[in-house]
Design a protein around this ligand. Structure first.
Ligand code: PTJ
Length: 253
């Protein structure tokens, strides 16, 4: 790993790049993952590399959905495995949800390596699915359609960070609640999800974990709001407003 001085003003952002490069070298991240991350970085710059209030609201709702879920599943791709393995494992244990390795640029070798990486980081072997897909998401031609019948296929709530827009739509079409984490508020994924958290994947997962811990600790917490009580498109408009206001405050527009 290239040594980045901790005093560098963009230390955290540069370390994410290093993690992805390491992910590629370890065979868990796709090369295309770097391009996808670059797009994410551009949006992160616009939001100021910190969690917006709108993302906090989305996180609150996502936490309630996950706590009320009967069968939650967390989808893991090559970028998520490189950037936030520890966080997805912690969340999986917290809400008792399996992790399902599910990748767009699929190769069986990369699926195996991601699975092994998660297990090395502490995931329980029986909790990591995805290496033996035995069902398909209807209407999707690419590899992310291939899922586990006991995992994404039969889940009622799917947390899918850095998802593909068409599959997000197909999962919603199947009647599932889809929570996504995507720095791009304009992406098809963000627009189609039940709840979109517009934030960096590592920050968003850390926030989700702490909100779930807080809600668990609360007495008599209301656990089951329906998706009707949350307007995802309205929250995405708030994201854009927050970005614009931030740029105005900085006298950039
Ligand atoms: O491992 P694989 O084969 O499944 O491939 C994973 C990628 C991410 C390469 C694949 O799913 C892909 O091509 O994704 P897209 O369609 O480029 O979408 C990725 C989205 O994630 C973009 O909208 C980015 O803005 C967003 N994004 C990138 N990095 C981050 C992010 N969102 C949150 N946190 C990030 N660190």
């Amino acid at each position: 790993m290239f040594k980045i001085p901790e005093t560098h003003p963009r230390y955290e952002s540069l370390m994410k790049r290093e993690k992805l490069v390491e992910g590629i070298e370890a065979g868990i991240t796709s090369k295309q993952g770097l391009i996808a991350h670059g797009r994410g970085e551009a949006f992160d710059y616009l939001i100021g590399e910190k969690t917006l209030d709108s993302a906090r609201r989305a996180t609150e709702f996502a936490a309630s959905l996950l706590l009320a879920a009967k069968k939650p599943v967390i989808s893991v791709n090559g970028n998520v495995a490189a950037l936030a393995a520890r966080e997805v494992i912690e969340l999986s244990n917290l809400i008792n949800a399996p992790l399902e390795v599910n990748i767009f640029y699929r190769s069986e070798e990369r699926v195996r390596k991601i699975k092994e990486h998660l297990e090395k980081q502490g995931a329980e072997v029986e909790k990591v699915l995805g290496d033996k897909p035995n069902a398909r998401i209807p209407g999707i031609e690419h590899a992310r359609a291939r899922v586990d019948r006991e995992g994404i296929y039969s889940a009622d709530v799917v947390l899918a960070p850095l998802e593909d827009g068409d599959r997000c739509e197909a999962l919603v079409e199947m009647g599932k609640k889809v929570i996504t984490i995507d720095l791009n508020p304009l992406s098809r994924t963000s627009r189609h999800a039940t709840v979109s958290i517009v934030d960096d994947v590592e920050r968003a997962l850390k926030n989700l974990i702490s909100v779930i811990r807080e809600k668990r600790g609360e007495k008599g917490v209301e656990l089951a709001p329906t998706s009707g009580e949350y307007d995802n498109k309205e929250n995405l408009r708030e994201v854009i407003k927050e970005i614009v206001n931030r740029l105005k405050e900085k006298d950039l527009i």
